[in-house]
Design a protein around this ligand. Structure first.
Ligand code: SF4
Ligand code: SF4
Length: 237
């Protein structure tokens, strides 16, 4: 089996719902600004996603009741992120055994407290792999599951063929995520690789809200921007 197919088979086998390969060469400046030269040197990203459980997402408006936020945090953050990191490790090790350089980027791990971000945007990789668009919420929006997907990426120099090209936005005139945010963190602007994230998203306002929630309730959970998106939303009574 060639490297493309063996990576695809491996990435899909443990229960991932999304798999794609992104050509990152066209977004080098954006990637460099976020992660520096050691991250921006990779020409390709293997990106994988796991769909969140709808029942748990639908609990988000009532997250303060019945320990709902604890349940959500456990499954939708801890369990899913750990599963993604395991898959990324296996993909990276396979690429490495074949003689390529491969860097698994943690599914959810902040590495820069000042800028409130990790070293690389999984959403950018999924966007460039043709799996969705980056919405006004700054989340990756898939046509079928909306933003209800968590992602992980393995950066590599392996000669992998891209699975797609960036998908056009389908946000249109929708502003549901913008109005759902309790701290008005979104400006409502569409994603543009040439603009800084601050043009769209006040990450500090979101971060402060999480810290306040942690102090107030003991568990930092929000996700209202994810819950509100009409893409992937389940029929509500
Ligand atoms: S997680 Fe909550 S506070 Fe943060 S941007 Fe989304 S809706 Fe706003
Ligand atoms: S809620 Fe509407 S504007 Fe926000 S990301 Fe989803 S489709 Fe786009």
């Amino acid at each position: 089996m060639d490297i493309q197919n063996s990576i695809k088979t491996l990435a899909e086998s443990p229960g991932t719902d999304y798999f794609g390969i992104a050509d990152l060469s066209g977004a080098r400046d954006f990637i460099f600004r976020q992660g520096g030269p050691e991250i921006a040197k990779y020409p390709a990203g293997v990106v994988m996603g796991i769909v969140l459980n709808d029942t748990l997402v639908e609990l988000l408006p009532d997250r303060e009741k019945n320990g709902n936020s604890i349940l959500y945090k456990h499954h939708a953050y801890d369990v899913v992120n750990a599963a993604l990191d395991q898959i990324a490790m296996r993909v990276a090790n396979t690429l490495q055994r074949e003689g390529y350089s491969a860097l698994p980027v943690a599914a959810s791990r902040r590495t820069d407290d000042a800028r409130i971000c990790g070293p690389f945007s999984h959403k950018l990789a999924a966007h460039r792999a043709g799996l969705g668009w980056i919405g006004k919420s700054c989340l990756l929006i898939t046509p079928d599951h909306g933003p209800r997907v968590r992602w992980v990426t393995v950066l590599t120099d392996a000669p992998l063929a891209p699975t797609g090209s960036p998908m056009e936005t389908r946000c249109g005139n929708c502003t549901e995520c913008v109005t759902a945010c309790p701290v008005q963190a979104f400006t409502g602007r569409l994603f543009d690789e040439n603009e800084p994230r601050e043009a769209r998203f006040d990450a500090a306002a979101c971060d402060l809200f999480f810290k306040d929630e942690e102090k107030r309730t003991g568990v930092a959970v929000c996700g209202m921007c994810l819950w509100a998106c009409p893409f992937g939303r389940v029929k509500r009574k």
